[in-house]
Design a protein around this ligand. Structure first.
Ligand SMILES: [Zn+2]
Length: 109
């Protein structure tokens, strides 16, 4: 018995199982064409999800940054701390998401 990745949800399953225990997909009806189309769909879904994440990260970053300068927040106030935290968090999230997006694209080709 070998362990393979489910073609639909990518979780580890046995190659002898007839349906995935995680996403309940029927593996007996899967052929190569279906598997490759499932892979395409999940790759698109993954990059779509990452694009959304990077958009949220951008919003956090820009929102924090703009708030800091437009509201002229004083250091030490909670607005200032929240704006700084949002800017830093957004920046880090954005970098992580871009790297993950790059890795996803590299895996596809
Ligand atoms: Zn599955």
């Amino acid at each position: 018995m070998a362990v393979i990745n489910c073609p639909s949800c990518k979780k580890k399953i046995s190659d002898k199982t007839k349906s995935c225990e995680h996403c309940k997909i029927d593996l007996t009806t899967l052929d190569a064409e279906k598997i490759s189309s499932l892979k395409r769909v999940s790759a698109v879904a993954t990059s779509q999800k990452l694009m959304n994440h990077s958009f949220i990260a951008m919003l956090l970053f820009c929102g924090g940054f703009l708030f800091l300068y437009s509201q002229d927040a004083k250091p030490g106030t909670w607005e200032y701390i929240a704006a700084i935290a949002s800017t830093i968090l957004g920046f880090i999230l954005y970098i992580i998401t871009r790297v993950r997006l790059l890795l996803t694209k590299r895996n596809q080709s």
